[in-house]
Design a protein around this ligand. Structure first.
Ligand code: DOR
Ligand code: ZN
Length: 349
């Protein structure tokens, strides 16, 4: 069996930088025409100049002949000036800004400490029609780690949306039924990206036969009833939900340590993993809209024109892949993925 769809986009991706970026970028460029590349480098990309320089490094690292467009986003801090947002808009290359609550995840220490301080930047985003991408978790240590998304929606996101009703919002990597409900019910331009790993795994995967660092990501995996809600949202045809892998590679040694860091690498089989989810839900006919239409429509960009074909052909994921001077362990390492990418090594233009 084969499945051909319009070439998809990844609306949430971590590419890192330098030799590590060069190692993981081909996985994404083979499958996706475009990707929204996250700005949480070290140091983070807090100015439009830094974002555009990173974009140029991505383009320079592409395999020859690859047709891939990085879509950029600015890292918000308490200090981001409305003028920087205006510059982002004027560049024509930056889709919006990313709100990381300070300390919520990898390289977020420079993120937002006080929402009150970013109100001018949010107003500028709204005014210029740019998108606010949100890592939706509170960092309050008193809040249970599995409740941080739900509490963030109550305490931060819902009030923010009320205050800026015309601001386009993406709740990135939604993981809970409360997140899904917020997106479904919010008036205006509100959407969510959904990762393959949150669709495929529940929190049992963190402890399956021992502590499993390669299943650790943020927001952390949730219980099965939340995974069910995500599957319904992603496969149900609602245009407010679209593909965002949050593929987040880290060196093997950094994952397999006493404080294994958060991030799951899925770029090696990104679309194939989503195909498994849609097949299991009996919704393969809806994969194309989720992967190739809803995100472009939300961001007001043209849909892609080329196609990509997957075959129903199980293959075994290698134990790890090159990652700069180290290796990265991908989701399903040493195990099977049931769909395989067809066609040339690189996607056609
Ligand atoms: O698991 C994650 N990894 N979640 C994030 O929010 C950041 C990402 C990373 O950059 O490693
Ligand atoms: Zn991310």
């Amino acid at each position: 069996m084969e499945l051909t769809l319009t070439r998809p986009d990844d609306w949430h991706l971590h590419l890192r930088d330098g030799a590590r970026m060069a190692a993981v970028l081909p996985h994404t460029a083979r499958r996706f025409a475009r990707a929204v590349v996250m700005p949480n480098l070290d140091p983070p990309l807090t100015t439009v100049d830094a974002v555009l320089a990173y974009r140029a490094r991505i383009l320079a690292a592409l395999p020859p002949g690859a047709a891939f467009e990085p879509l950029m986003t600015l890292y918000l801090t308490d200090e981001t000036a409305p003028e920087e947002i205006r510059r982002a808009r004027a560049s024509g290359r930056v889709l919006g800004a990313k709100l990381y609550p300070a300390g919520a995840t990898t390289h977020s220490s420079a993120g937002v400490r006080d929402i009150e301080r970013i109100l001018p930047a949010l107003a500028a985003l709204e005014e210029h029609g740019l998108v606010l991408s949100v890592h939706g978790e509170v960092t309050d240590p008193a809040v249970d780690v599995f409740e941080r998304e739900r509490v963030f929606i109550e305490r931060v996101l819902a009030p923010l949306h009320e205050r800026f009703p015309a601001l386009a919002l993406v709740l990135e990597h939604v993981t809970t039924r409360e997140g899904v409900a917020f997106v479904r019910e919010a008036p205006g331009r509100v959407a969510a990206t959904v990762t393959a790993h949150h669709l495929l795994l529940n929190r049992n995967a963190l402890f399956d036969g021992g502590l499993r660092p390669h299943h650790h990501c943020l927001p952390v995996l949730k219980r099965e009833s939340h995974r069910r809600a995500l599957i319904e949202a992603a496969t149900g045809g609602d245009p407010r939900f679209f593909l965002g892998t949050d593929s987040a590679p880290h060196p093997r040694a950094v994952k397999e340590s006493a404080r294994g860091c958060a991030g799951i690498f899925t770029a090696h089989a990104a679309l194939e993993l989503y195909a498994e989810v849609f097949e299991a839900a009996g919704a393969l006919d809806r994969l194309e809209a989720f992967a190739s239409f809803h995100g472009a429509d939300f961001y007001g960009l043209a849909r892609n024109t080329g196609t990509l074909t997957l075959g129903r052909e199980p293959w075994k994921v290698p134990p790890d892949y090159p990652f700069g001077s180290g290796r990265v362990v991908a989701l399903r390492a040493g195990e099977t993925v049931s769909w395989r990418l067809r066609g040339p090594e690189r996607a056609p233009t």
